[in-house]
Design a protein around this ligand. Structure first.
Ligand SMILES: CC(C)(COP(=O)(O)OP(=O)(O)OC[C@H]1O[C@@H](n2cnc3c(N)ncnc32)[C@H](O)[C@@H]1OP(=O)(O)O)[C@@H](O)C(=O)NCCC(=O)NCCS
Length: 439
């Protein structure tokens, strides 16, 4: 992964607004362990985590310092070296419809110390990140969120949704009885050696997925320091096809019930399957583990085939949640990066309070699903057109949201009758967007 972006200077407009509040804004010297540790402790504090241990600092120092690590400091404090606000950002490969990827500015670790909240620091940071990303020529920014109320004001819209599943194992019977391949327990070391290869084979066909960095694989597997309970309880099972090639993994933990030994709960922390056989075998495995009544799984797709594989689909309670938020910065670059389902001509009249994407744009797609985008003063008379803000276009972008529901919610205005149907046909993704990690 190239890290030229990591040294990109912080935004001048945000520097000025923070200086006016008596604060200093800048890049953290990530080659210096002490500076990085001060930043990391502020990040952990911001998310109500414990003070990071030496082992955690070591693993993060190796694992995330390739990123552009930003802090805000208040030099009037007793501990001026510990930032009062943090962000961490990097260029990420986001999969878009049509088995393609786009470079996106991934923003993480957005924290402001509770002592300095609600005085505009996060606004300076986020707007600074967006201006920096645009200055680097990146067509969009992405993030996963702690709350869904924060980022709309900066032009982000929810674009990938996730489902938290709770499954009653006593009702969960598979329709099919076919069993293929081989399951076996593997160690966390075997998992981190093999799972990324399996994941890479599916990543670019699933809109919404990003590259998963090595430290995240370590964290999923329980190898990373920091959560001893997770590390001790984590079990991993691998699925090999009939030819002996690994095609999937499930990472899970089981917790008991002190009064009723038959009432264990199994939590699926990650389930990765390259093909339908691996998928069914791994789900069948976790649903058939003895002494388990309930299986929980977070961050699953909102379109899990499992619902169709069980004879009683109400064995599953699925709670949807917004997961990936996306913010288009460069409309032509973003819209031409993905493929569409066929020929169309669509006009977008886009409002953007931060002005990155403001204007009227015409999207023309051909039979192969490739697109051409032009900025226009006025729409041609015969075009299907809508007016919307950049938030809604960003939500629509990956094809997991229907424009007609945004029209019904008065979030998108049809400028020509039936424009919503035309956009929905063109934008729909054959594969429901899914992102399997937090960042
Ligand atoms: C969320 C957080 C970063 C906000 O920082 P902050 O410096 O207090 O935010 P600002 O003062 O810059 O607020 C900017 C705007 O966002 C709004 N806002 C801030 N936090 C908000 C929240 N949690 N929910 C809704 N709106 C929020 C403010 O009201 C303000 O609105 P306006 O300018 O449109 O009137 C901070 O509260 C925090 O660190 N929270 C815990 C960690 C976290 O959840 N981080 C986000 C990770 S995705």
């Amino acid at each position: 992964m190239t890290n030229d972006f990591a040294k990109h200077p912080v935004d001048e407009t945000s520097t000025d607004s923070l200086v006016a509040s008596g604060l200093r804004y800048g890049l953290v010297d990530t080659s210096d362990r002490d500076s990085f540790e001060a930043w990391l402790q502020a990040d952990y504090r911001g998310f109500h985590g414990p003070t990071a241990s030496k082992e955690q600092v070591d693993s993060q120092f190796t694992g995330v310092t390739y990123r552009r690590t930003v802090g805000v400091w208040d030099d009037s404090l007793v501990t001026p070296d510990v930032p009062v606000a943090t962000t961490s950002s990097w260029t990420e490969q986001l999969t878009v419809p049509g088995d393609r990827t786009i470079e996106a500015w991934a923003i993480s670790s957005v924290t402001v110390s509770p002592t300095h909240r609600r005085r505009g620091i996060a606004r300076s940071l986020i707007e600074g990140e967006l201006r920096s990303a645009a200055a680097m020529g990146l067509p969009m920014a992405i993030l996963t969120v702690s709350e869904s109320t924060i980022y709309g004001r900066f032009g982000f819209g929810p674009a990938v949704f996730a489902a938290d599943l709770s499954i009653d194992t006593q009702r969960a019977q598979f329709r099919s009885t076919q069993r293929r391949g081989k399951l076996q327990p593997v160690s966390s070391t075997e998992f981190v050696e093999e799972a990324p290869t399996v994941f890479e084979r599916i990543r670019t066909s699933t809109p919404g997925q990003i590259k998963i960095w090595p430290l995240r694989w370590d964290q999923i597997s329980g190898k990373a320091p920091g959560d001893d309970d997770y590390t001790k309880k984590t079990r991993i099972v691998r699925y090999d096809d009939d030819g002996g090639t690994p095609r999937g993994f499930v990472v899970y933990r089981v917790a008991g019930d002190e009064l009723d030994f038959t009432n264990h709960k199994l939590t699926v922390d990650y389930l990765l399957a390259e093909n339908p056989e691996a998928y069914e075998a791994l789900w069948r495995y976790v649903l058939e583990v003895d002494l388990v009544r309930e299986v929980k799984a977070g961050l699953r797709s909102v379109d899990e085939p499992l619902l169709w594989q069980l004879s009683d689909r109400r064995a599953i309670t699925a709670t949807p949640v917004d997961h990936l938020w996306l913010r288009i910065l460069d409309v032509p670059a973003a819209l031409t990066a993905r493929r569409y389902s066929g020929p169309s001509r669509i006009g977008f009249d886009i409002s953007d309070a931060l002005e990155f994407a403001q204007g009227r744009f015409v999207l023309e797609t051909d039979e192969t699903g490739n697109a051409h985008v032009s900025k226009v003063e006025d729409f041609p008379a015969d075009i299907a057109a809508v007016a919307l803000s950049i938030n809604e276009l960003s939500s629509l972008y990956l094809g997991g949201v229907t424009v007609n529901s945004l029209v019904a919610a008065h979030r998108v205005q049809e400028l020509t009758e039936g424009a919503g149907d035309i956009i929905d046909r063109a934008f729909r993704s054959a594969m429901t967007p899914w992102l399997s990690v937090w960042f």
